[in-house]
Design a protein around this ligand. Structure first.
Ligand SMILES: *Cc1c(COP(=O)(O)O)cnc(C)c1O
Length: 395
């Protein structure tokens, strides 16, 4: 028996209840709704990459603990990818770490680099694991709010600068940004880099949507900006880039010192993960450019379809420049509370979405915003937008 005087969940985690995704996914099942809540693709990635995983498993590659830093084939493929796409060169033996998805990379980086009492700056709305990982590391999160401006959510650079204090240890930067779909511009990234150098801050760059930037400029990795290569822990994810979110293969590229630090935490979390899948992801990273181009063009078409359908149904749409999410404003529908709206949406329209307020400390800032995922089959998106139009426009 446990003492009833003391809650079971420790104080660091007490504020984090069950994620909204569990509640909304259960609601989707109970009401037979189309689930545009959680961001996972409803079709798998390339067949030949699935086959590569089967082959690795049959050949006995990766069925036992792989090496701590990741299998050499994958580490080499990661460095070749960074070099080919961004001209960033990393040593596959000392500057790469394979993780159990980007989720573990984020957790290990924060656990390794943050001292209790350190402040960590992250954009709000933030990816949901950031707040919990900062808390587990004993850090204090300092949100800088992205606000709507001319059709997209923008960063206020002055606000970011004034959020830095002598206790700030780290900037946790996510671009392309989930949930808003914002892609930081060259000028914004330059300013962030200058700030990090000036205040001697570490940077964790969550770039899991690097291959989902829809304008032709493409992704700009923070590590490629002046002074950043030596202070940035860059994070990628095979789940997001190759549509195998269940495989949980992610990676870190950084300096030998930073990679060693992150690995010190990672070795006691999972130690290693996803053995056979690591070999398959190595092959995936070596796919020709046409794979990445087609993937991006497909997702862009899905974005356009969902964005147009939501606008048709009466939502204000923030057309995303990246990721696989559209954030909307529900006020044109006469609604103000995203939580209440999302709880009633399955009943009203047979569609599930996520209230962005869950991604904010300042919940009132996020109240009227609702996120829909478009990484779904075209017919699913068409069906969903027809349902929404019927519910809100009546035709
Ligand atoms: C999905 C996601 C992750 C986690 O990636 P996994 O490889 O599935 O662990 C991390 N950051 C952001 C912003 C994401 O959207």
């Amino acid at each position: 028996m446990t003492s009833s005087a003391r809650p079971l969940l420790n104080r660091r985690l007490a504020e984090f209840g069950t994620t909204i995704f569990a509640e909304m996914s259960a609601l989707a099942v109970a009401t037979g709704s189309i689930n545009l809540g959680q961001g996972f693709p409803d079709t798998d990635g390339p067949e030949e990459i699935r086959e590569a995983a089967v082959q690795a498993l049959r050949d006995g590659r990766g069925n036992q603990y792989p090496p701590g830093p990741g299998v050499p084939e994958l580490r080499t493929a990661i460095t070749a990818h960074q070099e080919r796409r961004y001209g960033l060169s990393y040593d596959p033996d000392r500057e790469v770490l394979v993780t159990a998805g980007a989720t573990e990379a984020i957790a290990a980086a924060l656990l390794a680099l943050v001292e209790p009492g350190d402040e960590v700056i992250a954009f709000e709305p933030y990816y949901d694991s950031y707040a919990a990982c900062i808390a587990m590391a004993g850090g204090t999160r300092v949100p800088v709010t992205l606000r709507p401006h001319d059709g997209s959510f923008r960063l206020d650079l002055d606000e970011l600068r004034s959020a830095v204090t002598p206790r700030t240890r780290l900037l946790l930067i996510n671009t392309p940004h989930n949930p808003t779909g914002t892609v930081l511009t060259h000028a914004e990234l330059t300013a962030i880099a200058q700030l990090a150098v000036e205040r001697d801050l570490l940077v964790v760059a969550d770039e899991v949507y690097e291959h989902l930037v829809f304008d032709d400029a493409g992704h700009l990795p923070l590590a490629s900006f002046p002074g950043m290569r030596e202070r940035t822990v860059s994070i990628g994810s095979a789940g997001k880039t190759f549509s195998f979110t269940g495989w949980k293969v992610g990676w870190v590229t950084s300096t030998p010192e930073l990679v060693t630090a992150v690995r010190s935490a990672k070795q006691f979390l999972t130690y290693v993960a996803s053995g056979p899948f690591q070999y398959a992801v190595a092959e995936a990273l070596n796919l020709p450019d046409s794979y990445f181009e087609t993937f991006r063009a497909d997702m862009r078409a899905k974005r356009d379809l969902l964005a147009a359908g939501l606008a048709d149904a009466g939502f204000k749409v923030f057309k995303p420049a990246g990721t696989y999410f559209v954030t909307t404003d529900i006020r044109p529908l006469g609604e103000t509370d995203g939580f209440a709206f999302c709880r009633s949406l399955p009943e009203r329209a047979g569609v599930v979405a996520i209230p962005n307020a869950v991604f904010y400390d300042h919940r009132e800032e996020g109240a009227p915003f609702v996120r829909f995922a478009f990484c779904k089959r075209t017919e699913v998106l068409t069906d969903a937008t027809e349902r929404l139009r019927k519910a809100f426009v009546g035709r």
